[in-house]
Design a protein around this ligand. Structure first.
Ligand SMILES: *Cc1c(COP(=O)(O)O)cnc(C)c1O
Length: 546
């Protein structure tokens, strides 16, 4: 399915642009569509204030007005021609933006031409997918086919699962947490601080008590802290969100360790509910060796994914799978629909199941496996090129999310549509991204950095300190994956520990042995206080916490 952009270029009907009115300048529309650059940091009385976001302001600078057709428009066709020109210009814009997209996990490598003829139809899958509604304009047969595919992937029998095609990962999370809440009305919601914001939104919507659990440097849930938080509410059932790929660092929570922690804390299987947020990597993990396995053979309650991320559906959509027994507690009969009210929204997009069915059928398990391997390889390639160029970068073991220093120029960030947080930015490698694009990106970054850091006025941000500042549970203690606590020797200053693959230099100062799972590649700068070579070949770095 590669080359779809080239096909789009060919199909892009440039003749329409040629027939535009003489005074029509397409570049003005393109600029109008791009929001003005906002500086993320502004100085107020010499103090840096982060950019504030105001609801409803600045929107109109990018508005394409709805214009009334003239009374004689059917005769002149002027209005139609104007609309066609606006759409053609938009197509040009979206094509250009598609070519420079690295930051968000969207697979833009698709070709769904075979579905074109179905765009003419209204298709609505409102209601429970497993109950034939009176409304016949649906695509439920495709929806159930897709759900069966996922139930098989996550090892749940056909007669034991329930699910539906959602509007995206967020709706899956809202549903999963709701199912958990209905199973345990007085349950406490536990979610790591790196969880997607939709989890905390669910807690507010459903007025649930929520415990935020700390994360390790990698972004994984810290099960020591989880255990401590569980201890605080031993008498209440637990509803847990487990991340299969966190949004910013692409970290995969250790599902088995979460279950073990629950068991060790005295929670029997009938006193907890686990929702797995697989929006990002839910469809990648099954194809990665050594990755924690998501399976309903384990005591989990639901899994959701996004359909527009790795699968590459052009419209937002997702899949939610849970156990049938949980749904019976949730559903209410709705006579009007002649169906059950089991979903979050009423009307549901009936086109999305067609796209998902088409993508799964074309790629199959083998196709996905190949794409996943490609993504992981390209992610390693990008990290390698960044480190080679002396740019700090981090890549979690089971992830295609490459984290690196935040670019100093918002125009650069916007051009490549990078997602940023504090000092760091990330690129999420999806199947549509190839080595050639990555080379272009890195080369441009290297050129731009030469300008940003010329004459030493600006200093490149210390990626390690940011990663650490964001992900550390306790400033002085550092917990290893297996739960052992490692005390730092120098308690007078707060140091954080990161294992890095960097060459040894004279700056190597302090020696300490550790086996850390996170690998952070950063060039050695003054900001890194202590460095040590590990037996494993990596280097241990302690930097003063930000
Ligand atoms: C993207 C994402 C979501 C939300 O998914 P949408 O499809 O955008 O609603 C939830 N969780 C994680 C970890 C994500 O990366």
């Amino acid at each position: 399915m590669t080359g779809s952009i080239d096909v789009m270029l060919r199909d892009l009907n440039l003749d329409i642009l040629e027939s535009l009115p003489k005074d029509f300048d397409p570049t003005t529309v393109i600029n109008d569509l791009l929001l003005p650059v906002a500086n993320d940091v502004k100085l107020v009385n010499g103090i840096e204030k982060p950019r504030e976001i105001f609801l409803g302001r600045n929107v109109h600078s990018s508005c394409l007005e709805v214009t009334e057709p003239d009374a004689d428009d059917e005769v002149t066709g002027e209005h139609e021609a104007y609309m066609a020109s606006v759409l053609a210009t938009y197509q040009k814009y979206i094509l250009e933006r598609t070519k420079h997209h690295l930051g968000y996990p969207l697979n833009l490598d698709f070709g769904y031409g075979a579905l074109n003829q179905l765009h003419y139809f209204t298709i609505n899958n409102g209601g429970d997918p497993f109950i034939e509604p009176n409304l016949g304009l649906h695509s439920r047969q495709f929806e159930i086919g897709v759900l069966d595919w996922f139930a098989r992937l996550w090892e749940l029998e056909k007669n034991e699962y329930w699910g539906y095609i959602t509007n995206g990962g967020t709706e899956g999370n809202l549903h999963g947490i709701l199912v958990g809440r209905e199973a345990f009305p007085d349950g406490i919601l536990y979610a790591s601080s790196d969880s997607h914001y939709s989890i905390f939104k669910a807690a507010r919507m459903y007025r649930m008590d929520c415990e935020k659990v700390n994360t390790l440097i990698s972004g994984e849930i810290d099960c020591e802290d989880f255990k401590a938080k569980l201890f605080l509410h031993k008498d209440k059932p637990a509803i847990i969100n487990v991340n299969i790929g966190t949004t910013m660092k692409g970290a995969v929570d250790d599902l088995d360790l979460v279950i073990k922690t629950l068991e060790e804390s005295g929670f029997s299987h009938d006193r907890f509910y686990i929702h797995c947020d697989g929006a990002l990597f839910g469809l990648m993990m099954p194809f990665v060796k050594l990755a924690p396995k998501i399976s309903f053979k384990k005591p989990i309650g639901s899994v959701s994914i996004s359909g527009h991320k790795f699968i590459g559906c052009p419209m937002p959509c997702g899949v939610q799978i849970t156990r049938l027994k949980h749904i019976n507690a949730l559903s209410r009969n709705v006579e009007y629909l002649a169906s059950r009210d089991t979903t979050i929204t009423g009307s549901r997009n009936g086109h999305a199941p067609l796209f998902l069915w088409y993508a799964l059928s074309r790629k199959g398990y083998r196709g996905f496996k190949k794409e996943v391997q490609n993504c992981l390889r390209n992610a390693r390639y990008l990290k390698g090129r960044l480190t080679e160029a002396g740019i700090g970068a981090m890549l979690n073991e089971l992830s295609s999310t490459v984290v690196f220093e935040r670019p100093q120029d918002e125009n650069f960030t916007r051009k490549w549509q990078l997602a940023c947080q504090g000092n760091i930015a990330h690129v999420v490698i999806m199947p549509n991204i190839n080595i050639h694009q990555l080379d272009n990106f890195v080369n441009e970054l290297i050129e731009s950095r030469a300008v940003w850091y010329e004459n030493g006025k600006l200093k490149s941000p210390c990626v390690a300190s940011q990663i650490v500042a964001m992900g550390m549970a306790k400033p002085i203690q550092w917990r290893k994956r297996k739960g052992k606590v490692v005390e730092m020797e120098d308690a007078s200053r707060v140091y954080e520990v990161v294992k890095m693959d960097v060459p040894m230099t004279d700056e190597v100062a302090r020696v300490k042995q550790m086996d850390q799972m996170v690998k952070v590649d950063v060039p050695i700068t003054d900001e890194l206080a202590h460095v040590k070579q590990l037996d494993t070949g990596g280097v241990l770095v302690m930097c003063a916490a930000a």
